[in-house]
Design a protein around this ligand. Sequence first.
Ligand SMILES: [Fe+2]
Ligand SMILES: [Fe+2]
Length: 328
Amino acid sequence: MRLPAPRGPLSRATFTALASPPPFTVDLALVRPAAAGDVLRSDDLQLTLWALYELHYRGFDEVADEHEWDPDVLRLRRELEHPFEAAVRRLAPSAVVTDQDFVGQLRLTIDTADGPPLAAFLHREADREQVLTFLRQRSLYHLKESDPHAFVVPRVDGRAKVALAELQYDEFGAGRPEALHSRLYADALAGAGLDPTYGRYVDETPAITLAVNNLMSLFGLHRRLRGAALGHLAAFETTSSLPCRKIAAGIERVGLPPVVAAYFEEHVEADAVHEQVALRDICGAFVETEPDLAGDVLLGASACLALDAAAAGDLLAVWADQEQEAAS
Ligand SMILES: [Fe+2]
Ligand SMILES: [Fe+2]
């Protein structure tokens, strides 16, 4: 993958430095203006952070592998993570852990979270172009589906580790490369006439959707946030099955071929099972061994849903604006 197009002074300076041989130098004074205002919707900050995280996944063609652990690269990443994590915590304040059974509280946290009706819109109203936009924007994550949560495996033990491995086994194809969920998504993109190349649509992905991706990397890459990573996973899996059914139906309605809907249909059944595994066997077991991190698990779940809701709301708002423009 090539580096994306910069979206401001910070990303421009960072990408130039990344594409140059070490040592890596970027003026940290560029961070403050990028972090001013709404951090979650700052194109310059979210894109820079996304690119720095990407060094831990597949990297970029023009960036030396040595940059991944360069202390100056990590220092810049830390400068961006501070305001990002603070913004996430403002959006999803950590819940107070009650005495009731933890899995019940986690489920309640997830069930009572509110989100805009993106799946319902895709089901009943979206036109083909809107469905394709949705598929492109989601591709940033689904082409590396479950990779961020894989970073957590060595950070947990016992029943939680076993259950996490069981869930990941499905996400990673259950022994069959052609069934990797990232591969199913690539097949869906190709079936829809889109480009299945990893990272292909980053340039058109809005900051808030980059933030959705960055959240998973933040939680996955910091051991101190392992509880939040597991809570995020539980929220993700628990809120997937029903929307996936609607999205699959919407994809069929606009006349895209069955291979496109197949990715979502696979998740109707799989995530109904994963929901139980993530809530009880992963998060429940984890909190039994690390009760001090129960609040972090709830934070991770709320943060997942709050950011997803913000991204979905922004996408619906863009479409509503376009419709109004077309009508006037
Ligand atoms: Fe999946
Ligand atoms: Fe899943």
